[in-house]
Design a protein around this ligand. Structure first.
Ligand code: PLP
Length: 380
């Protein structure tokens, strides 16, 4: 989709105004139940708010257009969207995940796979031969990619992964939280399903927990995902849907600004003598840079990680010394956040103890760089 179409879709919020008052944004309907026709069931109307309510269609339609999807469902969190996809599997099914990925899902997978008899393999997803080797003929149902991946921002090749998955009769699922559809539309590269933590960039203001699942085809598997949402009570609430819609309308502006500042921050950090390594796909020396330039358009994302000299204690001190960067987890908000990733991931983390993960917000670019630089230099 050309950028101007995405921009206009977002600014207008796919807004079809049905409200008799002529209000330019829809009202929030709090009803949990709706009047029914005498026969008791209306197939195309509202019935009970666990299945949907007026006010949900607008953000779902907007995201569907942005991702170029056949259908979209919003959930109470990113985890509820992702687990609704995984709960569509049967015992004996097998899935391939990256090693570098969102740690919360990795933790859930460990418990769930043991309990439900689902085979899970984690692999370095930048190595396509390694992915092929992990596929189990007749059993692998999903190949799951998150690109750029947490917290090293590896770039996974979606076209190649879709081919590999499809050749084995599996689906490619892409967690598009970090790239957002502004930078990458996974379905256009062959992905079958897209999932989001809408808590992040889509909302963008760190005040809504939300998730989304989208599909390239409204098939049997998708029906199971929708069923899982509706019958496990995973739907997004009415207030949250309204806040999410409000946040999404500026997604393109926020992502564009975060990308520009992240590029400048990554380049500046690379020159700092107290920084050992910088991970950002926009850097020419990032192993996935060429692929990112093809797969992401208009920018390389707002997430940067760096390993600082001096180990865990010095990384903690740098975080404590920043004034603009807030020491907190999460990403994709208008405010910039920094976290020592190993501390957030917990005891099973494979992340270097001195790795700081930066979520670049929309503050002044130079202010953000100066703040980190003075925090790095204060201890010398
Ligand atoms: N995917 C990614 C890449 C994330 O960063 C997160 C949360 O941090 C999730 C999924 C889970 O989303 P939520 O916290 O909305 O459940």
């Amino acid at each position: 989709m050309p950028h101007y179409v995405a921009d206009t879709t977002l600014a207008q919020g796919a807004c079809e105004i049905h409200d008799p008052t002529g209000a330019v944004v829809p009202p929030i309907h709090l009803a949990t139940t709706f009047l029914r026709p005498p026969e008791g069931y209306s197939a195309d109307g509202w019935s009970y708010s666990r299945y949907g309510y007026p006010g949900l269609e607008q953000p779902e339609a907007t995201l569907k257009v942005l991702e170029g999807a056949a259908d979209c469902r919003l959930f109470a969190s990113g985890m509820s969207a992702m687990t609704a996809v995984l709960l569509a599997l049967k015992p004996g099914d097998h899935c391939v995940f990256p090693i570098d990925m969102y740690h919360g899902l990795r933790t859930w997978l460990k418990q769930y796979s043991a309990h439900w008899g689902i085979g899970i393999d984690h692999v370095d997803m930048t190595d396509l031969d390694a992915v092929r080797e992990k596929l189990v003929p007749g059993a692998t149902r999903l190949v799951w990619a998150e690109t750029p991946s947490n917290p090293h921002w590896h770039i996974y090749d979606l076209t190649a992964l879709a081919e590999i998955a499809h050749a084995a009769g599996a689906r490619l699922v892409v967690d598009n939280t970090v790239a957002t559809p502004i930078l990458t539309q996974p379905i256009s590269f062959g992905a079958d399903l897209v999932v989001h933590s809408a808590t992040k960039y889509l909302n963008g203001h760190s005040d809504v927990l939300a998730g989304a699942a989208l599909t390239a085809k409204a098939d049997d598997f998708w029906e199971k995902v929708v069923f899982n949402r509706d019958y496990t009570g995973g739907l997004l609430g009415q207030f949250q849907a309204a806040l999410l819609m409000r946040g999404m309308r500026t997604l393109h502006l926020r992502v564009e600004r975060a990308c520009r500042s992240a590029e400048a921050l990554a380049a500046a950090l690379q020159t700092h003598p107290r920084v050992k390594a910088v991970f950002y796909p926009g850097l020419k020396n990032h192993p996935g840079h060429g692929l990112a330039a093809r797969q992401m358009r208009g920018g390389f994302g707002g997430m940067v990680s760096a390993i600082v000299e001096g180990g865990r204690q010095e990384a903690e001190r740098v975080m404590q010394r920043t004034r603009i960067w807030k020491p907190a987890t999460s990403l994709g908000g208008v405010e910039s956040l920094v976290e020592r990733r190993e501390a957030v991931e917990g005891p099973n983390s494979h992340v270097d103890a001195a790795l700081l993960r930066f979520s670049v917000g929309i503050e002044g670019t130079q202010d953000l760089i100066d703040d980190i630089f003075s925090a790095l230099e204060a201890g010398r």
